[in-house]
Design a protein around this ligand. Structure first.
Ligand code: MG
Ligand code: MG
Ligand code: MG
Length: 305
């Protein structure tokens, strides 16, 4: 029986590359793994797959009765609906401890580093398995994406070390330049509907009894959003109403200015203002130095719910 390896809903590059990299490692170790994904890939991930000659993992949303490895998440809100009927053999992740439960013992590789693929790199080293050139290139890109080319406060020495070693294997001389190329692709926000933009990198969290959705768009120049705020708010409203969410936030992150414009739609704006110690103006606020949803947004929201 094959084991499926996949990342969170609305997968990002770490989730998609991680499905490939963890499957490859496990297969080298004698298991029978198949990389899958829970949803459509984003333009940045498409760029990475194309650059290194990989296919999209198979789309699969039902896992009842299957064995699975999870990479880059451990929250029920980011899982397939039938995750409780799957057997989780292991988790490789760099997020806060989630709410998933298992019936049996499992393998856990959870570390506070900038990217799941940094942990996968360490697993390759631990097991003494060689990383193929193109896979190394993809893993390097996933780390550059999650750490925003080392600028995110989530980035650690282990991430920069992993990028250096993976770049050597992949024969890439200037990882930062490739990272910039990737973020320019990621900055293309003109070819998608506003709803697709809000959902491009969107995560739900269960906080108290409420459902909170937080989207993030990372671009090289925030001015691309100048004329689309109203439409983004309209899309956020639709997404908020659809699933009875208490709050929908959208972080518009400028990776050059190193900060985020926060867009807020909430049943209780005061909670958001208290969480970040700010006063919203037209449901928005500029948060200097804020680049990481997991480290600079979610913990403060958790405190309010
Ligand atoms: Mg992710
Ligand atoms: Mg990640
Ligand atoms: Mg991210």
């Amino acid at each position: 029986m094959s084991t499926y390896v996949f990342g969170h809903t609305t997968p990002d590059s770490d989730s998609i590359v991680g499905a490939h990299s963890l499957s490859y490692l496990k297969n080298q170790l004698g298991e029978d793994c198949i990389p899958t994904r829970q949803g459509e890939i984003n333009p940045e991930t498409a760029f990475i797959l194309e650059r290194f000659g990989f296919e999209k993992p198979m789309l699969k949303t039902n896992y009842a009765g299957e064995n699975v490895y999870l990479i880059d998440f451990m929250e029920s809100s980011q899982s397939p609906e039938d995750i409780a009927e799957a057997t989780i053999l292991g988790i490789v992740d760099h997020h806060k401890l989630g709410d998933l439960k298992t019936a049996g013992p499992l393998e856990m590789w959870v570390r506070p580093v900038g990217c799941s693929n940094t942990i996968v790199k360490q697993m390759f080293d631990y097991f003494g398995v060689e990383i193929p050139k193109d896979l190394a290139g993809m893993m390097m890109c996933a780390i550059l994406s999650d750490t925003v080319i080392f600028k995110s406060p989530t980035c650690t020495k282990e991430d920069t070390k992993a990028v250096k070693e993976l770049a050597e294997i992949a024969g890439i001389e200037d990882p930062k330049a490739l990272g910039m190329e990737m973020f320019i692709v990621k900055s293309d926000v003109l070819n998608d509907t506003k709803e697709a933009l809000v959902l491009r990198d969107f995560k739900d969290f269960n906080m108290g009894s409420e459902k909170i959705g937080v989207g993030q768009l990372e671009v090289v120049d925030l001015s691309v959003f100048d004329n689309m705020k109203e439409e983004l708010f309209a899309a956020m409203q639709k997404i908020k109403d659809e699933a009875g969410r208490h709050t929908v936030l959208l972080l518009l992150t400028d990776i050059m200015q190193e900060g985020s414009q926060l867009l807020v739609l909430s049943n209780d704006n005061a909670k958001i203002e208290t969480a970040f110690n700010v006063t919203l103006e037209n449901n928005q606020i500029w948060l200097p130095k804020v680049m990481s949803r997991k480290k600079q947004i979610i913990p403060f929201l958790e405190g309010q719910f």
